[in-house]
Design a protein around this ligand. Structure first.
Ligand code: TRP
Length: 333
């Protein structure tokens, strides 16, 4: 039996950070052994908000691609590609646009979050931003993915994807599977400032590409338990950001560290120093692989074009079927 297919990916709006690593990359490294995986770098999606900053989107796309390879996503086992290099995405998006009412698109909860971030009033979303989840549906269905690993913030997009698949199948004949979410049980990493989520735009992240000095500095700036002023004060690791990182990256050592912190035997300065060393030891091999890749731009270009070629082949097959089912131009005579 052929492998089940997975599609997931990242909006090209910034470099990957430790939050991505814990929240999705670890999971993808496992999934690529079992499934036929497609990993998309969604640069069109980035343009829904960053349309004035093409350089940033380009830099993000490049850096995500190199990081995919550096962390060990395997271009032979999986298909790594950039959305804008597979024009079929925009064609399917256009056709799906007919199947979704404006009111339905406006009810997607992430739209309101995006508008809040942009300090825009409702009704001032661009058509592109309104269409964000429709484009995501095209990403997924173009490859007839069975499973989509996403965070819970993306569930509303997956629900719309399933609706579009059903509607298309009803109108034009059975074509698309209804993909299911694959919710990962992995923990969410807080930001350095203790906020719920690590995010580059909040400046509270540790990027996979930060230097070891930068990582040490960022760890030093992390918030800890505000009630622990001196080393001898009893700490509360369960509310400490530094400790959340220990649990994610140093699970075997975490219990002992928590005990020493509570007992007043371990101070925050030393705790952070240890965490910095830990994170750098984790990041070093990734940095080495990234540096190696960056000295071979030719090879990077080849790997990208290889992945995009594989994606285009699959996408082309689906679009031929869609055009036939919808009796578009090439089926007139
Ligand atoms: N919207 C996703 C995010 O913000 C990124 C994305 C684009 C995606 N296309 C996708 C995720 C298709 C899963 C499947 O993280």
């Amino acid at each position: 039996m052929s492998k089940k297919r997975i599609l997931t990916g990242d909006r090209a709006s910034g470099s990957l950070h430790l939050g991505h690593y814990v929240g999705s990359i670890i999971n993808r490294l496992k999934l690529q052994e079992e499934y036929d995986c497609y990993f998309i770098i969604a640069d069109y999606h980035a343009y829904t908000t960053l349309y004035e900053r093409p350089k940033e989107v380009r830099e993000a796309s490049r850096s995500i691609f190199v990081d995919y390879l550096a962390v060990g996503l395997d271009p032979e086992k999986s298909t790594l590609f950039v959305q804008s290099m597979v024009p079929e995405h925009s064609e399917l998006y256009l056709l799906f646009g007919m199947l979704v009412t404006i009111a339905r698109a406006q009810r997607i909860p992430t739209l309101k979050d995006k508008l809040d971030d942009l300090h825009l009033e409702e009704g001032l979303a661009s058509l592109g931003l309104l269409g964000y989840p429709v484009l995501q549906a095209a990403d997924i269905l173009l490859y007839k993915a069975d499973r989509v690993p996403v965070g819970d913030d993306q569930l509303s997009h997956l629900e719309l994807t399933r609706e579009i698949a059903r509607r298309f199948n009803f109108l034009y004949g059975s074509t698309f599977p209804e993909p299911e979410a694959l919710l990962s049980q992995v923990s969410r990493l807080p930001g350095l400032d203790g906020q719920k989520k690590m995010s580059k735009s909040l400046g509270n992240d540790i990027a996979l590409q930060h230097s070891s000095e930068e990582v040490t500095e960022r760890v030093r700036s992390m918030v800890t338990d505000p009630r622990k002023i001196r080393k001898s004060d009893p700490g509360h690791p369960e509310i400490c950001t530094v400790h959340a990182f220990h649990r994610a990256f140093n699970p075997e050592g975490a219990e002992e560290i928590a005990a020493a912190c509570r007992a007043g035997r371990l101070g925050c300065v030393e705790d952070k120093r240890n965490l910095g060393v830990f994170l750098n030891a984790f990041l070093d091999p990734i940095r080495t692989r990234r540096q190696e890749l960056l000295t071979q731009p030719q090879r990077l270009a080849e790997l990208l074009s290889y992945g995009c070629g594989k994606a285009r082949e699959a996408a082309g097959r689906t679009m031929a079927e869609v055009r036939e089912k919808m009796q578009l131009g090439d089926h007139l005579f």
